[in-house]
Design a protein. Sequence first.
Length: 389
Amino acid sequence: MLNKKNLLILLFSLKILLDFFLPYRDVNFAIIVAVFTIAALINLKNITKISRTESKWICVFLLISFLAFMNSDEPREFYKYLSLVLIYLVIRSIVSKMSKESISSAASIILKLFIISFVFNYGLSWAVASPINREFYNFEHANLLGSYVLISLTLVYCLKLPRHSFISRVKILAAAVFTTSTGAALLATVSFFDFKKYNVKNCFVIALTLTCSLIALYMVLQLYSPLYFSKIFGPFTLIADGKLGELGNLARAGIPIQELGDKYQSSLAWRFYAYYIFIDFIGTQNLYTLFFGAGFWGFSKAWSGIMPHNDFILALIDFGVLGFGALVTAFYQAFKFVAKKCKNITPLLLILTFRLLFENNIYSFYLTSSLVMYTIVLYFYVTSKKING
């Protein structure tokens, strides 16, 4: 029988299998839209039952998407962004009628499928790609796969048993490590923190432990692994040596970052270099573009198509002050909600925030659609008061 729980599992299963194994992204998109449209028609009565606040946010999102389309004439991105509203409404209509217990049970099954799919995808990657060179089957970049893995942490916070939750965190941390995305691996460790249990004394002990660990790691890598030392501590050395200004001068002059010296070379230092370029580009925009944005993929005009590796900067360029303001407001409301209702989710929100600060995710449909699906499930799990029924 296809009840609410089974329908939710079916939709997530389809999404996960398509994302991991079907290499034709446009075909995947078409299948997702078709299936969710059918689900919407079947469940039309519940889809229309949304609050006034939700309606306002949907209207703002549609307005920003329409302006981005008008400013760039990119129909494919426009259709993908429109489909996020459909996905949101369908998942909301299903999960809002489920009990906390039912949501938790569904989340457990979906998470198992996710882990199994990741393992098979990783094995397939060794056959047709090269994980050691950060190349994975069906994922354009290791960092995108890393973000995809981090989004699955949302399901962990829907699990009722602490033991199952801890084991799932370990599995996702291992998956993040295997993606070769350093940022994803580091951020996955944040999920092990429980903000409800920490007082001032415990926080001091944790801060002291982390500081001592970083000092030890600094000394060991400096002596025995200069390559990893540069990758991890290069940006901090750059700041400590007062080289940020020089980095900015190189970026503005179009001089490669390598001119700064080998000890400062790292992906994070490269991001600082990129931020100078894109922030200067923002300063050259006219008032209309600054407020309403340059449109979908407008960032590509700044630096030969290279992305800024920061979704907040990207949103400011492509969607303007209007879109950037909406994004910041959404995160502010999320932090406010979490602080008031469920402090244990704080690590997850920090993970997602930092991922957007240092990566490009919002133009990958499989990432944005996953984020919509997973977070709405978590929201109704947190706010549901029913245990049975």
